[in-house]
Design a protein around this ligand. Sequence first.
Ligand SMILES: [Zn+2]
Length: 828
Amino acid sequence: MSALEAIKYSRGKLEVLDQLRLPHEHHYDDVSTSEEAFDCIKAMRVRGAPAIAIVAALAASVELHNGSCTATTPEEVIKYIDSRLDYLYESRPTAVDLGNAVRLLKKTVRGVKTEGLSDAEAKEAIVKAFIEASEEILAKDLKTNKSIGAFGAKWLQEQYKITDDSKITVITHCNTGSLATSGHGTALGIIRTLRDEGLLRHAYCTETRPYNQGSRLTAFELVHEGIPSTLITDSMAAALFRLRKAEENIAAVIVGADRVVRNGDTANKIGTYQLAVLAKHHGIKFMVAAPTTSIDVDTLTGDEIEIEQRKREELTQISGAVVNADGSIDTSKSVIRVAIADQRIGVWNPGFDVTPHEYIDAIVTEKGTVVKGEDGKFHFEDLIPERFHSLLTHSSSAFVIEPEYQRPFAGVVDDSSSSTSSPVHTTNDPHVQYTYRKDLLSLHKSLVEIPSISKTEQEVGKFLLDYLRNNLGYVAKAQFLESSSSSSSGDDDDHSQGRFNVLAWPSSHNLSSPSVLVTSHIDVVPPFIPYHISETDPASIKPDTFISGRGSVDAKASVAAQIIAVEELIKAKEVDPAELMLLFVVGEEISGDGMKTFSTAYNDYHNNPQNKKGKEELPKLKAAIYGEPTENKLSCGHKGHHGGVLKATGIAGHSGYPWLFKSATELLVKALAKIIDTDLGSSERYGNTTVNIGLIQGGVAANVIPKEAEAGLAIRVAAGDQATGAEIVKEAMEKIVKEVDEEGKYLKMEWNGAGYGPVECECDVDGFETMVASYGTDVPNFEGDHTSYLYGPGTILVAHGDDEGLKVKDLEEAVEGYKKLIKHAVGK
Ligand SMILES: [Zn+2]
């Protein structure tokens, strides 16, 4: 028997099987407008992520084919198409496939060459491209399903070496067949292929409460196709595995997926997770079948997936056909609804659940089957390399970002606050309120409220990704750091996912050639201090209102002000968004590992001729604007940094006979005293090199001559330049060590890395007061010949302290300052 057709399409005509009337009736709805498609999706007459996307795309095609678009110029035609797609997207905004289809179609119409064409010809070309792209989605889906079926069956064959005598039994959940897709199906596609290849003994399907897609749809499809099959309720799976596994050779649970995230965690119909747990317990393989379009590499783990709650009536009531006294179904009467629970009972009805990757054995896609790596996680880099941008995954192949379009879901985000009225010019006037104050303060608050002590920046990173993508419509990506060797030390409590920088492009155009980087860091020093604002009533917030909390100055004030400044400039059309790239790095407070990762990825690209083959050479960044607390003054640079541990080794002995032994602490103290008194180098701009003896330890007891002692030193380098300063300090220190330990065997300075001398920044910009800073930044960690600017709100004197905080007007002045700096840097 042939597979069911859920979607019947020929150019200009779309019919969609009404799945609510199944299994007793086959009724096709004519769908010829976006509104009809919207209703059809919303009412769940069509369901399944791929099918929804196909119906939406084809409905818009039919509508266009029938002349719904009255616009004449190419721009207006694209605008019209965008509005239809945005509307359709609203029918099921959580469906990944629908979002992908909307993006693809928007991209397609923008790629149509219309130069030299009349308006009418251009319109025809755009409509034709749209229709062909929609039809391609349908054709591709069918091909995808067939491949999934083949790969899935092959993998099972490899696992079980199935023969005629050892055919396998499988169980599936929900509906993933031809009704949820264009045909064949994903999980059900594997079952079909197993049957076709003579490998299937029997298929079980679950009822799939509460909406019964299993009993209504999958059972119907299995029967319709003559596949040997049995229906169970969801709660019978455990008993089935226990009682019939051996007898029926139950080998696999095969399910579909709404969404598979980066580590393999899978969101699917409620009940999937319990089947996975049961399968593991009973030694049954658990397989997820999903097209690669359902893989979401931007979401890191299943914890990030928000689970919708569905209507209570799905549990307390049920619809169905009337059964006659003789057991036949009365199709003459319409479907009736009956109550099956006390209507007053509270109901918990999550729409789906998330199965952790630990429980999944294989994820089958149209491009192949993925199993877990040695680290116990799924890796999709080889399967879909194009979705793992090299700059973002620390390999070195390209710096080109695929063109994407800004605000693909305009209308989803509330744009009501995007007033473009220009702000008034001074922040000190108590009556002035910048139009962006509310956005600025709420962004700053959100950032400060999320603890992000160095090495635990993931949560604030996720927040930023979400904010930049969904509130601003930017393209935002996570750039992962190589997992450091320290992660094996065992005292880090989060190895489950890597740390990452956040990279973002405000541009809606080809994103390959930004000229200015706007950057700051998202990690803070310990301990966490909660956000506090001196004025709790939003209406009473004044320029002098004080905000405190860890990171409120260093450097989340910069992060918030930079984002708002970029957004203001774009809204006012004062800069081309294609000129800008945003980077928010981790680890600035400890080792600069975040910025170093970015720097390596960026420079690898530019230094590797391989990447330039056949591509236009991309311009390098002209400038980088770094955010750090400089009291809204433009820094002309900052001191360099070098440091390490001064270690003394002595000979232990009785404290009464110091001349017979060697005291490590005595040596150390003598050396430290000398270091404090010695000029380690100075310069006119940066003053003296300073030393902080931050940590001293040594000895075991008062009556024992100590064998070991050490001191941790942080040295702020004022002499020389960025390349030579650290060497100058090192020489001066070695000299002291030699003087104190003439034998050269008891005292040793162990340096942390190479260090660097004073770092110069550009401070010749009109309208800024200037300063020099005495602290380290990420400026030297981004290697290259770009111009560096260092600027930001708040003072370093409170950063890292118990009373870290700043005033509203500091933040607002910083937004204005960043706007000025960005314009200056772009124009240079
Ligand atoms: Zn900082």
